[in-house]
Design a protein around this ligand. Sequence first.
Ligand SMILES: [Zn+2]
Ligand SMILES: [Zn+2]
Length: 387
Amino acid sequence: MKPAFQTLETIAADCSETRHGFHRHPELSGVEFTTRDAVVAALKMLGYAPQTFDGHMGVVATWPGAADGPCIALRADMDALPLREESGVAWSSEHAGVMHACGHDGHMAVLLGVARWLAENKKHYPGAIKLIFQPAEETGLGAPFLIREGVLKNPEVAAIFALHGWPELPIGTLAIPDTAIMAAVDNFDIILKGVGGHGAMPHLARDPVVAAASLITAAQTLVSRRASPLDAAVLTFGHVAAGKTYNVIPETVLLRGTLRTLNPALRDTLRADLEALLAHTASGLGIASSIEWVEACPATINDPAMAALAREGLRAALGDGCLRSVPPSMGGEDFSYFLQQVPGAYFWLGLGMERGGLHNPRFDFNDAAMATGIAAFAGIIERFYRP
Ligand SMILES: [Zn+2]
Ligand SMILES: [Zn+2]
């Protein structure tokens, strides 16, 4: 780490303690009550006047600028997942069936580290710095909520950045691509409705199970034959529910699945293609059909200029060797909504983990990455205001 950022090592040690507190008390998306209170208390201790919201758990703290220059925003997510923790760490979850398996405890601790670095060093830049603690990332509802609440206004945010711990990247390294880094997520419920009947007399029924099988098979051609081989897409059916016994043709089949794309144009094409394939497959077999898109978020697409600026900031803070090149992930991230509003970039922070990937019951954010995370944000701030 460069000399200007060396004080961050001490801050990082304390932030690991803070993270363990978050880790012991994980909360699911939208009900991050004690998490919010802990974030608010930590910010107040540092002299901030954090803003909270009715009916949602977000927290926003603004560090004042020395002038009315452009405002930069940094975002951390707050929620945990419905998993039973098996990490075995001393600070394991005390809430049964809930754990920080995506490392959002680490993201909050990193952002609080940045808050402390700004406050302790009285770092006043030409514009205000907004620290956004966002609930409900895993459900994709938190970012749209905060945008509707106006967190990108007063002062107007000119650029926004966020990081996510990435287990397979080594400690001390980061990855920040120029464009798409995470996929658009389009989850769907499909209902196929036929006419039930005796399993021995299919001609008197309209069998939605056969229609479901046809659809699942035909839908494999969307990725293999409609998407360019050079344009990433994935379609997975994760839930198939129909009748209960051997000899009854059921009335309905419910299919649940997820469609992931990196390219917004391909996203539109494949959504429309799946709808058309469903309608034609079902009607050809005399089955009624419907599709509902139940959860969706756009692809997380970095602004190339902001990604380049961030890389320069990271190099200045952490040295030339800190950057890695990693292909995008087909996972989703609701930071995408912020990037639709203002230019910015999302990047991965190496966690150097051999086992227990994201959303795994053995996962625990690696504290050894804390200093790098804080230095990364600090480096981006420095670069943003002192080009
Ligand atoms: Zn996650
Ligand atoms: Zn996550």
